[in-house]
Write a protein that binds this ligand. Sequence first.
Ligand SMILES: Cc1ncc(COP(=O)(O)O)c(C=O)c1O
Length: 383
Amino acid sequence: MAWNSRVAKVAPFRVMHLLEMAQAREAAGHDVIHLEVGEPDFPTPEPVIAAGQEALAQGRTRYTPAAGLPALREAIARHYAEHFGAAVDPSRIIVTPGASGALLLASQLLVEAGDRVLMADPNYPCNRHFMALAGAEVGAVSVGRDSGWQLNGALVAEHWRPETRLAMLASPSNPTGHTLDAAALAGAVAERGGTLLVDEIYQGLNYDEAPLSALSLSNDAFVVNSFSKYFGMTGWRLGWLVAPEAAIEPLTRLAQNVFLAAPTPSQHAALAAFTPECREILEARRQTLKARRDVLLQGLARLGLAPDVPPQGAFYLWLDISRYSRDSQAFCQRLLEEESVAITPGVDFAVRGGEHHVRIAFTNDVARLEEAVERIARFVSRL
Ligand SMILES: Cc1ncc(COP(=O)(O)O)c(C=O)c1O
């Protein structure tokens, strides 16, 4: 049987193979330090768990409206007003199964065969795949120190073509942790009649400056977000999409058809994520992550491996390993086999340059991160 040819464009996550190997080593009794998976190591905050349990106890397990619980859409709108100075009407918010659900809706609405989408390279690989599944071509624009590891107005001007419809970015980015100058980018995209899609899933995990949202600049941008990262709710599968008013009717139709509604108990639980009690927990976690980032940066600087500019957000470091290796997969595999440290090869994220980059997730406590740096130091001293 012949499969849909678009599926052939969806590459597997190479890190999953590495994760399997790491788990096998652990099962064999090795002390593996996991820095490979993009998931916070904190549990879901207690107030959210309690609200989820209460929702289940009260039998809140039936479908919600396709766009989500009205109370949750209102709570998200208040969150934008309070923390980002953005006036977002709740009717412009669609609650989805994770940011992934939002990316599916946005990609299906915004592009089709023959369209081209500009993205930064490196980038979260699923973004490329969502666009490929919608039939669009991806123009992966190499970014680096000069452009702040993001697309900027000059790069948009250089790479925009007549068939380009969309610029799609994550800010803070996975895998670099760098944030976007959304104002400059929104202008350059709007001038060309294009659309801006910003994935703000790591919003709130900002360490040096107050977090921003593209929504405080433009009502025309499509913005993806999630309860997965800042709110520590990966497995609850809950996110949202903010879209211009005119797009809400077709997006709701799509949501009705592709997933009916986001998980109901998760939506009730998420209402507690915006309470002051929960915010206090989340902000303390942000400080913990900042301290971890700084410990790793210091340790890696001694090995000549620290990134040229410290990441402003998310929980990743994107490291150039070219002084030690030009085969990131082999580097990560040997590091795991010889020192039991699991990190991700850059080839998962970058169309170009991935073979001499790796991503480290600081999803472990400071003592484990220090131990990881010691092990990496020992490993590279043998290369
Ligand atoms: C940039 C980015 N967007 C979207 C997602 C998907 O997240 P969710 O769990 O909300 O579906 C991830 C997950 O790692 C991510 O890094």
